[in-house]
Write a protein that binds this ligand. Sequence first.
Ligand code: C5P
Length: 279
Amino acid sequence: MTSGMSREVSDTVYAVVAAAGSGRRLGRETPKAFVDVSGRTVLERCLDGLAAAEAVDHTVVTVPADMVDDVRTLVDRQRPLWGAMSVQVVAGGGERIHSVLAGLHAVAAHAGVPHTGIPDGGAGGESGAETVVAVHDAARCLTPPTMIATCVETAREGLRTGGWAGVVPALPVTDTVKIVDAAGVVRSTPARETLRAAQTPQVFGLHGLLRANRMNEAREELDSAHPTGLVPGPLATDDSSLMELAGERVLAVAGDPQAFKITWPDDLDRAVRLVEGEE
Ligand code: C5P
């Protein structure tokens, strides 16, 4: 485990932006990250926010495979807008988890860190500095830059001191949440004060997150190999859950209502109103 062990943390901070979703729930032909929000696409606004945080040196964006060339051209044209932050574009995958992993592999290559078969304890070697990576949803394109900077700084502190292996920004939930079975029957009601709604960027050590991904892949392989599904597990919808499953300690820090995810048409309307100063 990464937590509990203090280590040197590299000054270079990476981000992976998951922008390869189809955005079917938004009801548009265009993939969600390329939908316009008052003159700039969701992805452009997301990159604007990451650059404005002044906390990230290199961002890897994962996009639908058939859009890689076009997005590279778009990104190249806008490079000066993002100051010191460089941006790289790679193809994502069929599920968010696969897109993020493609991005993490590109980060590992950029950082000169092996991404397969790393022995426990050492991205960049046991004694090497840990690389920090912030995983962000393009769809949370109005996330305040100050929140991004705080997430990165708090994650760095945890990695440096060994106190925690990463952070997830989160908000208390206002609804009472039910756990239901496949038939919709309510099974239980978790105590509301213990619940948080997770946002992004979620920030971890690269080694810890790659290791958690490998463990999850092994679990899925084991599950699919067994006729009765001995080790069933949900498809991870965020990166923190992989770290939690891998036994890592993740700290929840304050999220922000503006870091909401554009999912439904109403969310897009809200984003437009916020950008145009009407909300
Ligand atoms: O589908 P959802 O809204 O949870 O997606 C969250 C983020 O993950 C979005 O920014 C979306 O573009 C991205 N994603 C991805 N690859 C996928 C599915 C979603 O990068 N296959």
